[in-house]
Design a protein around this ligand. Structure first.
Ligand code: AMP
Length: 214
């Protein structure tokens, strides 16, 4: 199963993508995670990506597309994958379509996790992340067992720079300008499915399972 998760930053698409990946045993491919890993390792790509990410802007398509195409060509993607945070622009969606087309493949679904803007800012200001293992929490909705500490690896949790309020506002604007047109793009291809992302995360996952089957 080949799946794209769509939704505003903070809509919970990352959380759902991880649950889907685990349930269906397919790789979870998050471009944000790939960039953050590169920043942590101090790679050239990481240095370039950070300049954009810290402002809430998108990393340019030429730094993003090849990265994803290489990743989905790997062996573990044979039975499918869930894309989280990619595509984020129409040119990225077209690049993905072209690469899959060349391999005689296509995406099965684009799932839009729909959450109104007014809910987003509160959600994101409560978000905490573990920079060591990538786990994400929310101080109210998904609190860690021990405040400020990652359940999975015991590292300290932090608020990501790009989850701070000013950056969030900019990310939302970027989402509306550049990413939201993808909803129509996938609607036209008849693979768009929408779930109500304001519901508790287990219910959102249930709605996604109903779409995907099993
Ligand atoms: P995320 O973790 O998906 O919210 O991504 C965090 C940040 O990484 C975004 O705000 C962008 O700056 C950058 N980023 C992630 N995925 C992409 C993408 N597909 N295209 C451009 N920039 C991206």
């Amino acid at each position: 199963m080949k799946l794209i998760m769509l939704g505003a930053p903070g809509a919970g698409k990352g959380t759902q993508a991880k649950m889907i990946a685990e349930h269906y045993s397919i790789p979870h491919i998050s471009t944000g995670d790939i960039f953050r890993a590169n920043i942590k390792e101090g790679t050239e790509l990481g240095k370039k990506a950070k300049e954009y990410m810290d402002q809430g802007a998108l990393v340019p398509d030429e730094l993003t597309c090849d990265l994803v195409m290489d990743r989905i060509a790997k062996d573990d993607c044979k039975n499918g994958f869930v894309l989280d945070g990619f595509p984020r622009t129409i040119p990225q969606a077209e690049a993905l379509e072209k690469a899959l087309d060349a391999a005689g493949q296509s995406m099965d679904y684009a799932v839009d996790v729909d959450v109104p803007d007014e809910n987003i800012i509160g959600r994101m200001s409560g978000r905490r992340a573990c920079l060591n293992c990538g786990a994400t929490y929310h101080i109210v909705a998904i609190p860690p067992k021990q405040e400020g500490i990652c359940d999975k690896c015991g590292e300290k949790l932090v608020q990501r720079d790009d989850d701070k309020e000013e950056t969030v506002k900019n990310r939302l604007k970027v989402y509306h300008d550049q990413t939201q047109p993808l909803i129509q793009f996938y609607q036209d291809k008849d693979i768009l499915r929408t779930v109500d992302g304001t519901r508790p995360m287990e219910e959102v996952f249930g709605a996604i399972q109903a779409i995907l089957g099993a």
